[in-house]
Design a protein around this ligand. Structure first.
Ligand code: GLA
Length: 694
């Protein structure tokens, strides 16, 4: 792959020959005698990108200031000799015991003010100056030694920054929070206004009085909580920059860190982080606590591509089978790992990497799957791994192409923090579920969706979905209104446009920022209890939420037939005509529709917007995604310019039966020519290089 961030100017470009197939490798856990066998087996499987030194600190600096690079030297040279490129960890992810014993003040504190101890990992406070000093000394040594090593293709800063320690409430964090607040608000009066501290006698007379939002008896000031999230995300980004700055002094190799775009971690605002990465990298694990883990994979991959501004990205970690950190760690079915991997590729990944190479025999992750399982090479899993390596080789020509989508959805981490506040109208709804529901519906309808940040240019899209965007800035709302005024089609769902960036309600009726655009006014929220079903006049059903909507120009498409908002509009449609030829449409959903009903509404909206599904909803198990060179672009810029336009159709069969679908071209997976109809066996994936005359 080769990818350059549009805004990166002279920043290094991550470039790998073809689609990378890789893994985390922790050779420290193994006797040297195993290393050669590992490298031989990596070659057999086609592994060509290996992450090293992620948790290396206590090995390479066994005592303060005493460095031992023998092992790392040897393994880097072994990999290099085998032609395997290295994604080199700076080694700072987890502090060694000597550091926490010597400086217990670096340990993190959770919201009740208690300390979290070493013995796990990432036991450090993001604001700790002492931790940062020691960590940067290590980075300096690693960068000095390996900054010019020919095997190093990518720098891997720390590991999953903020996975465990994103929110730290100790005194050092409190001081850093005050510095951040001073920079944001300048005066205490401005902070008081922004946080609404006239409520509950919370007025501050000095920044020195401010604490992180530690655990309280009554609910906490929501603006303070949101600002603490913003601060915490910025604080770790500052830490990333500090490591980056050291690396840059010694090396021109691209730098990244592995994001966690996932359902259960939400503490970093990756829209802020993404522009600072030389390549976007994500870790993704199927979450079997969710009703539909594969739908979430699809969403996370779309969002990761959004962070990469539509360009290629790196899947830095996933699992071959079970993880060890869910209550029930499910093995993957035969073929599922391949299907997961190729779904990521379909959605823009130009690298497929795993945690980890060889399954550990000890430690908390000994029951986590790996490329090389405890059972060894005489196993179905190993055979599937080798097979996947070969398949990825056959897909090399796809690198650099871009995913085609004409539907976009807004997503915001900041809104996630704000909308899911302690004192919200109903704990029966949460932001991510609403986003997932809308995304899953579009996926069922066969659409590929680009996830974009509020405020992003929407002009390339036929249809835009705005699910529960509670917190929105004036300028961000304006982009949506202007898009509709220019003829765009939007679907906005309940609990959107309610507050400004300081969490202050936009008075005059909900959904404040979108009221005019939608031609409605909501007087009151009327959520319902869990288990209560709502019926609309059309017979469609919903749960959790209703509200008292008044149409102010919008056409009423459906009304609540029962529940606390009976007789009031539930679905509306407002036509915005700027002139006789430009007509945009803004739909509103005032409830949490059941899947069939949501599909019906979005199907209509997409049809009216002339958004074209790639898949066919009559074949619900078949996910269809197209990647193409710039000549085929529907949306996004032209990063992958090419003289001969090429397009690739990914046919992913999640179902238990064989499926036939129209396609013409060469199947890169099997090498077969496809004339008119592609047959995709149950559970399989086909990737068709399409004939130009499609
Ligand atoms: C994360 C970490 C890895 C490993 C895996 C296990 O992704 O980065 O070190 O712990 O989880 O799933």
């Amino acid at each position: 792959m080769s990818t350059q961030h549009p805004a990166s100017g002279a920043r290094p470009v991550f470039s790998h020959d073809g689609i990378a197939f890789g893994c985390d490798y922790n050779p420290e856990q193994w006797d040297r005698s195993v290393w050669r066998e590992d490298v031989d087996l990596m070659r057999e499987a086609g592994v060509d990108l290996v992450a090293l030194n992620i948790f290396g600190w206590s090995h390479i600096e066994p005592r303060p200031g005493e460095y031992d690079f023998d092992g790392l030297d040897e393994i880097l040279d072994l990999l290099h000799a085998a032609g395997i490129r290295v994604n080199l960890g700076t080694g700072t992810a987890s502090a060694p015991p000597w550091l926490t014993a010597r400086h217990p003040e670096i340990l993190p504190q959770v919201e009740d003010g208690t300390t979290r101890f070493p013995g796990g990992r990432q036991a450090w406070c993001p604001s700790s100056a002492v931790f940062r000093r020691y960590a940067l000394e290590l980075v300096e040594k690693v960068a000095e030694r390996y900054g010019q090593h020919p095997a190093v293709e990518l720098w891997h800063v720390s590991n999953e920054l903020g996975c465990h320690n994103a929110l730290c409430y100790d005194d050092e964090s409190a001081e850093a929070f005050r510095v951040w607040l001073r920079a944001r608000y300048t005066t205490i009066e401005r902070l008081n206004t922004a946080w609404g501290t006239s409520f509950w006698s919370q007025q501050y007379s000095d920044f020195a009085e401010i604490l992180p939002p530690r655990l309280t008896l009554a609910s906490r000031n929501p603006s303070q909580v949101i600002d603490f999230h913003r601060f915490s995300s910025d604080e770790l980004l500052g830490y990333y920059r500090a490591e980056l700055e050291v690396l840059r002094r010694h090396s021109s190799v691209p730098v990244t860190t592995n994001f966690m775009v996932t359902a259960h971690i939400r503490n970093l605002d990756y829209w802020q982080w993404a522009p600072e990465m030389d390549v976007i990298a994500n870790d993704h694990y199927l979450d079997n606590r969710l009703a539909d883990p594969t739908a979430e994979l699809s969403f996370a991959a779309d969002l990761t591509r959004g962070l990469a501004q539509g360009g290629p990205w790196v899947l830095m970690e996933q699992s071959t089978g079970a993880v060890n950190w869910q209550p029930h760690n499910l093995a993957k079915a035969p073929g599922e790992m391949t299907r997961n991997s190729l779904t990521h590729v379909a959605k823009g990944a130009d690298a497929v990497c795993f945690f980890q190479w060889r399954a550990s025999l000890q430690g908390s992750e000994k029951f986590h799957s790996a490329l090389l399982p405890h059972a060894g090479t005489d196993s179905d899993l190993w055979r599937e791994v080798v097979d996947l390596g070969h398949t990825l080789d056959r897909l090399d020509e796809i690198t650099g192409t871009r995913v085609q989508a004409d539907v976009a959805m807004l997503f915001s981490w900041e809104n996630w923090w704000a909308a899911d506040g302690e004192s919200r109208p109903s704990h029966g709804v949460d932001y991510l579920s609403q986003v997932h529901a809308a995304h899953a519906s579009l996926r069922r309808l066969g659409h590929t969706v680009d996830l974009v940040r509020p405020g992003a240019d929407l002009s390339a899209y036929k249809l835009v979905i705005v699910p529960s965007l509670y917190l929105v800035r004036d300028a961000e709302a304006e982009v949506v209104s202007n898009y509709v005024a220019a003829g765009g089609h939007v679907v906005i769902t309940f609990f959107s446009g309610i507050v400004d960036e300081e969490d202050r309600v936009r008075a005059g009726g909900y959904p404040g920022a979108f009221r005019e655009l939608l031609g409605i006014n909501v007087e009151e929220f009327a959520p319902v209890l869990p288990g209560q079903r709502l019926t609309l006049a059309s017979g469609m059903t919903a749960t959790a939420w209703s509200e008292r909507v008044r149409a102010r120009g919008a056409e009423v498409l459906d009304t609540f037939a029962d529940g606390p908002s009976a007789g009031r509009p539930a679905i509306t449609r407002n036509v915005v005509a700027s002139n006789s030829s430009t007509r945009g449409v803004a739909r509103y959903l005032a409830t949490s529709l059941d899947p069939d009903a949501l599909d019906a509404v979005l199907r209509d909206a997409a049809a009216e917007a002339s958004a074209h599904p790639q898949g066919d909803e009559r074949e619900p198990g078949l996910e269809v995604i197209r990647r193409a060179t710039a000549g085929h672009a529907i949306a996004g810029d032209t990063a992958a310019a090419s003289d001969t336009p090429r397009s690739y159709l990914f046919l992913i069969n999640h179902s238990a039966h064989d499926v036939e679908t129209p396609a013409r071209g060469l199947d890169l997976v099997t090498g077969d020519t496809v004339d008119n109809i592609a047959r995709v066996p149950a559970g399989a994936v086909r990737v068709i290089r399409e004939d130009p005359a499609r």
